[in-house]
Every structure is written in C-alpha cells, then in structure tokens.
Ligand binder design. Structure first.
Ligand code: RIB
Ligand code: CA
Length: 315
C-alpha cells in the first residue's frame, strides 16, 4: 500500500532529487506539494517543484506557494549552494502548468481535514508553514498523525553554522513549535544524511543513464553545481542526499536506527541559535516533558543510495 505524502519543501537541488525519486517509487503517492523559503524564495521553490512534477508526468499534483519569510528573523536564502534559480546551473522555464492559487499553509490545513489520519507530512525545508498551520489550527496534530522532517543535528556539527542545520536555523521558532506537539515526528538529521553521500560510482551511474533517461539527465545536470559547492567547502566531490533520505525514510523507516528523545531548539544562543538540543545522558527520566521524537541516528547508507540511484536511472 502506498504512502500518501503531503510534501513541504524549499525546492533546491536535493529537494528536486527527492521529488524525482518519490515520483518514480510505486510506494509513494504525492498528494500535494507546498513550498517554503529557504534554499530559494518560496515562489521560486514552487516554480522549481512545478517543473519537476511536470517533468515526471505529475501535472495533476498541485504546487502551492508557501511562507515567504521566517517567523522571527529576516529572510535568508542559499543560492550560493543550490544555484541562482535553486536547480544548480539550470533555469527552469515558466511552467506549463499553473501554480496553485491556494497558499501552502491553507492547502496543508484543508487536506488534513479532508483526509484525516491519511497523510504523512514530509518536510524538507524550513518549518515555517508547519508552524503557521499549528498556530491557525489546533486540531492539526490529530489530523496528520505522522511527520517526517529532514532537519537538525544531534551529535553531528551543523552545516549552515557550526552548531545548526539549515532547515532548523532558517526558522528556529517554527521548528521549536513543531517539536512541542504529540504528533509522531521522525527527525532525519545531519547525523544520518551526512552518511548518504552521492559519490563517484553513484554519480557515474547517473551520468551513464543520462542518454536514456530524462530523469537521470536532469538529476545529473542539477547536481553538478551542488557537487562543486561541496568540493569547495569540504574538499570532497560528494553531495549529501539530505532530502532524498528523508523521502526514503517516509516510505521505509527500516532504513535507519532511531533514538527517542525530546527535541528543543535553541532560540537565544548568540552562537548556537537554531541548534537542535537533545538530552543524550541516557537518564531514565529526561529533563524535558515534551513528547518524544524518533531521531534517526544510524542509516543503511549503501542500501538507500543503491536503490535511490537505481530508481533515478530507470529508462
Ligand atoms: O541542511 C540540509 C537541508 O537544508 C536540505 O533540506 C537542503 O535542501 C536545505 O533545505
Ligand atoms: Ca530542502
């Protein structure tokens, strides 16, 4: 039985690779996609999503524009990592299919009420839309039973700052709100996504399939800019598949091993704002009375990457 996905993302390179992967996975049913500021501005993210969905024949899946800025800090975008339009060096044409006229937050609330208990919310961008939806609708956590989030860092250093991961750092207040409710939250942090690196052999398979697969050709093209950035920043030509892993976990939780911890987000740290904080001491009674979050801390990286690249390179 396929998983009904409501996706909330800031479509940059790895969000786009996740959408391509999920679209080709029979275990996934993409119901709708909402955009959010982050890698790029929210409208640009929605256009990028629209282009990817049309590329894989999902013209009927809506792409709605979401929150344009964080709740409590100025907008910051990351074209320096994802490319001027968020898809590496690629500039998508104006989409043939129009963007949804509904705001992504309204889309999320509407679908939650139309399909109570039926949706998995997969969030791979800053959590502003989720935070806004929680403020608007107190019933949301009862209507959307499962939320899978790419974000945070527990024992792993941050990526946008030495202490914070980008999705959480881009809107710490929204993220901290999301972790306060009793919905089943699965967090896919840098601790595991930094293990799912698209490296030489996988890239070569992607490149080799480009002549026979439009999806592989597009994937191979948009990942180059991202690889250049990684090589410049980390000295290795390997791109972390952050969002694709979160999509994989939404369909197959057995890919990872988990700890269950309450998660707080640092809001006032001069240096550490946006850091995800968990009590790792292992005491029987944790200091926090927040609901526990399933935090992925181990991953079968090769099993995921092999299946991911196989799906992207099908003809
Ligand atoms: O830190 C990685 C996350 O931030 C990914 O979701 C990437 O797309 C950016 O949104
Ligand atoms: Ca993302």
């Amino acid at each position: 039985m396929s998983v009904n996905l409501l996706i909330d993302c800031d479509t940059g390179v790895d969000d786009a690779l996740m959408l391509l992967d999920l679209a080709g996975n029979p275990d996934a049913n993409i119901v709708a996609v909402g955009s959010v500021h982050g890698n790029v501005q929210s409208r640009r993210a929605a256009i990028n999503t629209r282009y990817v969905l049309d590329l894989v024949g999902l013209e009927d899946v809506p792409s709605a524009v979401g929150s344009w800025r964080p709740l409590a800090q100025p907008l910051h975008t990351a074209e320096y990592i994802h490319g001027p339009f968020g898809l590496g060096g690629f500039e998508p044409p104006e989409p043939n299919t129009p963007l949804s006229e509904e705001h992504a937050v309204n889309q999320m609330i509407r679908l939650a009420h139309e399909r109570p208990g039926d949706l998995t919310l997969l969030a791979t961008g800053p959590l502003t839309n989720l935070g806004a939806a929680l403020v608007l609708d107190p019933e949301l956590p009862q209507l959307i039973p499962r939320v899978v989030i790419m974000g945070g860092n527990i024992a792993e250093p941050g990526n946008i700052t030495p202490w914070a991961e980008a999705n959480i750092w881009h809107d710490p207040e929204a993220a901290d709100l999301v972790f306060q409710y009793g919905w089943e939250v699965v967090l896919v942090p840098l601790d595991v996504t930094h293990q799912t690196l698209l490296t030489g052999p996988y890239l070569e398979r992607l490149q080799a399939a480009a002549s026979s697969s439009a999806v592989a050709e597009f994937a191979s093209a948009i990942v180059q800019f991202y690889l250049d950035m990684y090589e410049q920043a980390r000295g290795i030509r390997a791109a972390a598949m952050h969002d694709p892993l979160a999509g994989g976990v939404a369909l197959d939780p057995s890919l990872c091993g988990y700890i269950e911890k309450s998660i707080h987000v640092e809001l006032r740290g001069t240096e550490t704002r946006g850091m995800t904080v968990a009590d790792l001491r292992g005491y029987r009674d944790e200091i926090s009375d927040r609901p526990r979050v399933k935090v992925a801390m181990e991953v079968e990286a090769d099993r995921f990457l092999s299946a991911f690249v196989e799906r992207l390179t099908r003809g």
